[in-house]
Design a protein around this ligand. Structure first.
Ligand code: C6P
Length: 410
């Protein structure tokens, strides 16, 4: 794959080895062009102006809803809600359906490998409502503890008739594990069909092809900025029936049907959930990002990253052996393009600093997964995350950089 030329940041920093796409991705020229075109040629508000540039902005904004719906195979564009990112998508849920569905003695179930964005809002919802907050552990292979050796999923004592919410990440941002979410959701629903199932696809949508109907979930959230789009825009997909039954999230302009001194009635889904002027340029940029990703092909992207991650793990293991402890499943078939590790007693921040001195950008710390790090008995780790613009040469530079880390610090 030779797409580096599409990313102008490499003109500004030709030496940059960017291995932090899990945090945010770089932006290709077509995405930048789409945003600049909006601001420079039709930067009007949407759904309000009865004049040409406003109508164009509204059409582009609403067309993105259709593009996103097709991207995740949602049955209708009206099930797509634009938010500021995965974090807001999940907070929208906890403050709408969460409040009306969860009460004293109910159960909210998640996993220990969740990002804080899919952990803290549910934990606080449980605390505030008196519900039981249940967290699925991992096994020694860094898969979820519900995965049995014979391939079966065992949810005994986890999902019960009291469970109201089950939420899970499709790809772990730290372990790189691709969870078998379709099978897990089927197992959840087999025990209790009324459980509301939520999927955090922040690390999945940029890299794997997603089909919400096939996954069988009720809600799915992701962020534009991790999939070549702008920051400040994200998506919440939900089943229409559930969205229609939910109260609005924020109140104000553009989400109403009629307002009088006595009462207010709300717009229909999805506009009911999009109060105020949204991030119009961001939504338009997201459409350009999805178009770009689809031109390459999500399957091609997944294969490319998988090959880089396999190569990185092989090379690091070969060079450093037991000095490096890899996080995540040993079965490469269960992994996405994320390689996270600890390096003897060298602190991840020191590793990151020396790599940066060599123009290599990685993430160091707890990656917003403190419960997982505590479970693994570590305080920090170093993460390299790959995307379309990365090459085998980038991996070779990472290994060279790690050799310098070793020479300097051990
Ligand atoms: N993870 C990382 O470096 P926002 O910030 O709302 O766009 O996404 C939050 C989020 C939710 N779930 C998962 C699985 C994620 O990985 C993230 C963001 C980044 O791993 C930044 S902390």
């Amino acid at each position: 794959m030779n797409v580096k030329k599409d990313f102008p940041i490499f003109n500004a920093h030709p030496e940059l080895v960017y291995l932090d796409s899990g945090a945010t991705s770089l932006k290709p020229q077509p995405v930048i062009d789409a945003i600049v075109a909006y601001y420079s040629t039709y930067s009007a508000n949407i759904h309000r102006g009865l004049y040409k540039i406003s109508e164009k902005a509204s059409a582009e904004y609403e067309d993105t809803r259709s593009v996103v719906a097709r991207f995740i195979n949602a049955p209708s564009p009206n099930e797509i809600i634009f938010t500021s990112g995965t974090t807001e998508s999940i907070n929208l849920l906890t403050s709408t359906i969460g409040g009306s569905s969860v009460g004293q003695g109910d159960e909210v179930v998640t996993t220990v490998m969740e990002h804080h964005a899919n952990f803290v809002p549910w934990q606080q919802l449980a605390f505030n409502t008196g519900a039981d907050f249940k967290v699925i552990d991992i096994n020694e292979n860094h898969e979820l503890g519900i995965m049995k050796e014979d391939g079966h999923i065992d949810l005994t004592n986890i999902i019960t008739k009291k469970t109201k919410i089950f939420t899970i990440t499709l790809v772990s941002n730290t372990l790189g594990t691709i969870n078998p979410v379709k099978e897990i959701i089927a197992a959840v629903k087999a025990i209790n069909p009324s459980v509301i199932t939520v999927v955090d696809a922040a690390q999945a949508a940029p890299h794997l092809s997603i089909d919400v109907q096939d996954l069988g979930c009720d809600f799915l959230a992701f962020s534009g900025h991790k999939m070549l789009g702008p920051t400040g825009v994200g998506v919440l997909w939900g089943r229409k029936q559930l969205l229609d039954s939910m109260p609005p999230y924020q109140l104000g302009g553009d989400m109403i049907n009629e307002v009088s001194l006595e009462k207010t009635t709300y717009a229909k889904t999805p506009h009911k959930f999009e109060a105020g002027t949204p991030h119009i340029a961001g939504v338009i940029g997201l459409k350009a990002a999805i178009t770009y990703l689809q031109q390459i092909g999500l399957d091609t992207i997944a294969k490319h990253e998988h090959a880089l991650a396999s190569y990185a793990i092989d090379q690091i293991n070969k060079e450093f052996g037991d000095e490096v402890a890899m996080l995540g499943p040993s079965d490469m078939g269960q992994r996405a393009g994320i390689v996270t590790f600890t390096f003897g007693t060298i602190h991840a921040h020191d590793i990151s600093q020396i790599l940066d001195d060599n123009n290599i950008a990685v993430r160091a710390g707890h990656h917003c997964t403190m419960p997982l790090h505590t479970r693994l008995d570590i305080t920090a780790s170093t993460r390299a995350s790959f995307y379309v613009y990365n090459t085998q040469e980038d991996v070779d530079k990472l290994v060279m950089g790690l050799k310098k880390v070793k020479q300097t610090l051990s």
